[in-house]
Design a protein around this ligand. Structure first.
Ligand code: PLP
Length: 400
């Protein structure tokens, strides 16, 4: 793809939806850089970018632009606390929301809620971790606290659907949080503008109170956003704070809404809005998974390729569970089953074998696919898996 000699699945997760260096984005940034990359005041590009986001994302009554997904989730939690007057945050095992202090534990480690190195215990004391594969336990946890400000999750499941959650779970979460006036935050940093132009909420018709957006939103440049209900985002507004006699929430930032990021974001939003890029990437992912699962079956492996909305993940199934793509995607399995440890040499050799055959995926193993991957890329990928599996068998990494 993109004139490269190999099939590349590594392009910054969601940003790769449009491939590396999409000509519209390159042109927009090149033109803008000669006019200035940083202004000291607000400018009309940020209004244009924000308006496009508003038109596409269902919950976006208001938009606030940040530099990164991490900043967006951080601001989301602060807004939720200020809005509800409560302290606690509920997050889910394995879900990723950036490196900020409140959400750095419970992702790949510290599942007991203890803080990761450098994080204050007082912060960890205000974060509750729930199991996203168990709605009844999640309900019990929420109902046993009356001081929860926000529930935050990746709505396609942890680390972009590696451990999928299902629609019923999301619907129940929406109901419980509404009943208890808790701010529900969908972290769509990775799935926004990928599941559909309106993100996952646009597909499922479940509207959170706040949504964080990143990656595609800024067309691969540094930029992100927090969007959502007017009455919550109003807490950032000068005139609202003045007329309501409240202290405005500060959100200063030298690089907020950089013009170069705005133009890339505008170009990306226009493509997502007016073309079938989401659909193309999703179809590519589905077909790739289908073909990979055929290969795994032919090779008598218990591996399963799964993943929704243009992602593909490979479950290397170290304990040979008898299951299927559909069962995994239904949200049946917990984090610890799907992330069960695999021999490190197998993981390494799988990646190296694929590289030798011209395909680069990411380490989990899996990858996001893009709208510019072609049928030829898919064939190369499937062939690379076939050849690599044979090499792994020859080296006794997997059974013949
Ligand atoms: C779901 C999710 N939230 C938050 C983040 C953090 O975003 P950033 O890397 O822009 O800080 C990421 C990044 O991968 C993400 O996937």
């Amino acid at each position: 793809m993109d004139g490269n000699e190999y099939v590349d699945y590594t392009g910054g997760h969601g940003a790769l939806l449009l491939g590396h260096a999409h000509p519209n984005l390159v042109e927009a940034v090149q033109k803008q850089i000669s006019k200035g990359s940083h202004y000291g005041a607000s400018h009309e590009l940020e209004v244009k970018w924000g308006t496009l986001i508003k038109e596409m994302v269902p919950c976006a009554e208001r938009v606030r632009l940040t530099n990164s997904g991490t900043e967006a989730t951080l601001l989301g939690l602060r807004l939720a606390r200020a809005f509800t007057g409560r302290n606690k945050i509920l997050r889910f095992t394995g879900h990723f929301h950036g490196w900020q202090d409140h959400l750095s534990f419970g992702f790949v480690s510290h599942f007991d809620g203890t803080p990761t190195t450098g994080v204050l215990p007082e912060i960890a004391d205000n974060v509750i971790i729930a199991p996203p594969w168990d709605i009844e336990e999640t309900r019990r946890i929420i109902e046993s606290h009356d001081d929860i400000a926000a529930v935050i999750l990746e709505p396609t499941g942890s680390s972009w659907g590696q451990v999928p959650v299902n629609k019923v779970f999301l619907q129940s979460l929406r109901e419980i949080t509404t009943q208890r006036d808790i701010v529900l935050i969908f972290d769509e940093v990775i799935c926004g503008f990928r599941c559909s132009p309106g993100g996952l909420q646009g597909v499922l018709g479940i509207t959170p109170d706040l949504t964080t957006l990143g990656k595609i939103v800024a067309g691969g440049m540094h930029g992100a956003a927090i969007v959502g209900r007017k009455e919550i985002l109003d807490l950032l507004d000068f005139s609202y704070a003045k007329s309501s006699d409240i202290e405005k929430i500060g959100h200063q930032g030298t690089y907020n809404a950089m013009p170069t990021s705005c133009v890339a974001g505008i170009a990306a939003m226009e493509i997502v809005k007016s073309t079938d890029v989401c659909e193309r990437a999703i179809n590519y992912g589905n077909q790739l998974q289908k073909e990979l699962n055929q290969v795994f079956e032919e090779e008598s492996l218990s591996w399963i390729s799964y993943g929704t909305y243009g992602g593909f993940h490979i479950f290397l199934n170290p304990n040979n569970i008898n299951t299927s793509r559909e069962e995994i995607e239904s949200g049946k399995y917990d984090y610890f089953t799907l992330r069960a440890s695999v021999k490190p040499t197998l993981l390494k050799k799988l990646r190296v074998g694929l590289l030798l055959h011209g395909v680069e995926i990411q380490s989990w193993p899996g990858a996001p696919v893009s709208a510019v991957h072609t049928d030829e890329d898919r064939k190369t990928t499937v062939n690379a898996f076939c050849q690599t599996i044979r090499m792994l068998k020859d080296e006794n990494e997997i059974e013949r």
